[in-house]
Design a protein around this ligand. Structure first.
Ligand code: ATP
Length: 610
């Protein structure tokens, strides 16, 4: 981080501390109570932003996690006759926090282990199911006081300071919120954070970049549960009373509303969403009885309608709308930097894997067959590729080229046949193993994270060249490695001709450029085999020439390239050998000029010899 940026961050942190210390003394007591609730809700919502908005995993069960921690805190704080093995925790707020966190994380690990394997709508349905179960468990267990709950939680005391008043709780709650926000921002701006964000870009892409998607989902889920546990601990000491209702499915849905209204993809959206929902409800509760002349639950109905209108007008939330409105103003004042930041460019390069020996066999395929029911997508394919060689695979639509790529990268498993990568069979290996072994690929249908910068998208490719995890990222102990990963991304982006777009959103690039970005991302993995699916599609003539130059250079470096391409001029001028497929079978293979003259190829691929 540059000294100016460091100074600005320190100044911002100082300002935040002053606001947190001064605000409760300037605000009306009632407002302090409301803001305490906003802070606690914002903590839970921050977990949902991380889990749902950023990781793409929908959960309605966060309220139940708040409940587990709140009940653990209330039990330990109020029970006089704790069993001996728990007695040492009794009465200690730190003990209650540790117990609440541990219990919540344990339950989350068990529930996550089951539900995170579910995909599509089964995941939210799974979270609804355990949300309901835990709610009734809270209400049913006598030890938890049934639906009447647990009363008489004593005031919180930490470091000899009493947190009895709303004003003192305000300081504690908002310090926890701000620290959690900072930790989340740090996390997202790192290798581990990029891995979390790839969960939203499709499992196949993430696994092909070497990211362990199940582990990443689990870590995200536990982080969200941990934030809920902190909220539960604060809740128990703020309310001094715990009952099941605030931890019901309805509360879980409300937390989701907070995230959506604030902007589920934005960390600050957690505070904005929690604040918007709490104040909207307050307003409706005050105004509706005056307007209608009678009380009732009208505010719930009107609130529901307002949420629908808000979602219609601001589908990505208030923060997104505000950011888009403010962006042109901010850009006018401070144009985006053209290159990478100095702390990135100054980083030493990442170590590279040893290059394959010239003419080393990189890929050998023997009798590869893939059936989908009765359809044979690949039939008895055999071919090989050596280091420093470009093999083009061509064939009409539906010939089985993408299916072949999926077998080669272990995204899919062959029905029969064998694939050897650098002399070792790939049987039983995963896409992640192949990425670690040096296979990198692009996709026929571009798989990028459109709202993430071009630089960060490329850096995903270097995932396996780093090793820093969640805690290093949160504590900013990963900066040296992060600079190296981003420098690699910058180097490869400059190499493919995207050096002027480092800070642009990937989704704002033309489709052809997005394909080139995928190549830069693949190169960040330092591969010895590149699988490129239609790399020249959408490129202009000059861009195609540049791409051909780049691939020639990679060949000269000893990288093996297999590319699927429909542009015959591009293929014939570049490839060392061409393999032609039709209806899943190899119908020809040879030098470009041999293949071009093959009558079978003209018949099948070009529509018949004249
Ligand atoms: N998961 C699947 N289940 C069933 N059939 C599939 C599956 N994947 C591919 N196919 C079928 O296998 C055949 C080969 O498809 P594939 O996508 O590999 O062809 P392709 O040569 O890449 O075509 P294109 O150039 O249009 O992408 C097609 O008939 C396709 O419908």
């Amino acid at each position: 981080m540059s000294p100016i940026l460091r100074f600005r961050t320190a100044l911002l942190a100082l300002a935040a501390i002053v606001v947190v210390l001064v605000a409760p003394h300037l605000l009306a007591p009632y407002q302090v109570v409301v803001l305490n609730n906003v802070g606690i809700f914002a903590l839970v919502t921050l977990g949902i932003v991380l889990l749902t908005g950023i990781g793409g995993l929908t959960s309605f069960g966060q309220a139940a996690f708040v409940g587990i921690s709140a009940y653990a805190t209330a039990c330990l704080a109020t029970m006089a006759d704790l069993p001996p093995w728990l007695a040492w925790l009794g009465g200690s707020p730190w003990g209650a926090l540790a117990a609440g966190l541990a219990l919540t994380l344990l339950v989350a690990a068990i529930l996550g282990g089951v539900t995170l394997r579910l995909s599509g709508h089964y995941l939210p349905l799974g979270t609804i199911a355990w949300g309901i179960s835990l709610y009734y468990l809270f209400g049913t267990l006598d030890i938890l006081g049934g639906f009447a709950g647990i009363t008489g939680v004593p005031p919180l005391r930490l470091f000899g300071i009493g947190f009895e008043s709303s004003e003192s709780l305000f300081v504690l709650i908002w310090v926890v919120v701000l620290v959690s926000l900072l930790a989340t921002l740090n996390l997202l701006d790192s290798r581990a954070g990029r891995a979390i964000r790839t969960l939203n870009g499709g499992q196949i892409m993430a696994e092909s970049m070497g990211i362990d998607t199940f582990r990443t989902k689990m870590v995200t889920f536990l982080l969200a549960a941990g934030l809920a546990a902190f909220a539960g601990w604060l809740y128990a000491y703020t309310q001094r009373f715990v009952a099941p209702t605030p931890f019901s499915l309805q509360a879980g849905i409300e937390y989701m509303f907070m995230a959506l209204i604030g902007g589920a993809g934005f960390v600050w959206g957690a505070i904005i969403g929690a604040g918007a929902v709490v104040y909207l409800k307050e307003l409706l509760q005050d105004v509706l009885p005056l307007l209608l002349g009678k009380g009732g639950n009208y505010e719930t109905m009107v609130f529901g309608l307002l949420v629908i209108v808000l979602m219609q007008k601001m589908p990505l939330g208030i923060t997104d709308t505000a950011a888009r409105r403010l962006k042109p103003l901010l850009h006018a004042r401070r144009p985006a930097p053209s290159g990478a930041a100095p702390w990135i460019t100054a980083a030493p390069p990442l170590p590279r894997r040893p290059r394959p020996a010239p003419a080393e066999s990189i890929l050998e395929v023997r009798g590869l067959t893939r059936r989908f029911g009765g359809l044979v997508a690949n039939h008895d394919l055999s071919f090989s590729v050596q280091a420093g060689q470009i093999l083009a695979v061509i064939g009409p639509n539906g010939a089985g080229k993408s299916t072949l790529f999926n077998q080669l990268s272990c995204v899919d498993t062959p029905t029969a046949g064998q694939i050897f990568f650098r002399g070792r069979t790939v049987n039983g290996r995963s896409a992640r193993d192949m990425a670690a072994a040096g296979l990198a690929r692009t996709f026929q249908h571009v798989k990028l994270l459109p709202t993430m910068s071009v630089l960060e998208n490329a850096a995903i490719g270097a995932h396996l060249r780093g090793g820093k995890g969640v805690f290093s990222s949160i504590l900013r102990l990963d900066r040296r490695e992060e600079a190296q990963l981003l420098k690699e991304a910058e180097t490869q982006l400059v190499r493919v001709g995207l050096g002027a777009h480092l800070h642009a959103e990937a989704g704002s690039l033309a489709l052809g450029q997005q394909r080139v970005l995928e190549i830069a991302r693949a190169l960040c993995a330092d591969p010895c085999l590149l699988l490129l699916d239609e790399p020249a599609a959408g490129l202009r003539l000059k861009e195609k020439e540049n791409l051909a130059d780049l691939l020639s250079k990679l060949r000269a470096e000893g990288i093996a390239v297999v590319l699927v391409e429909h542009d015959m001029d591009f293929v014939m001028g570049l490839a060392d050998r061409v393999m032609v497929m039709d209806f899943g079978e190899k119908i020809a293979e040879g030098l470009p000029e041999q293949v071009q003259a093959n009558p079978l190829v003209l018949e099948a691929y070009l529509g018949g010899a004249e």
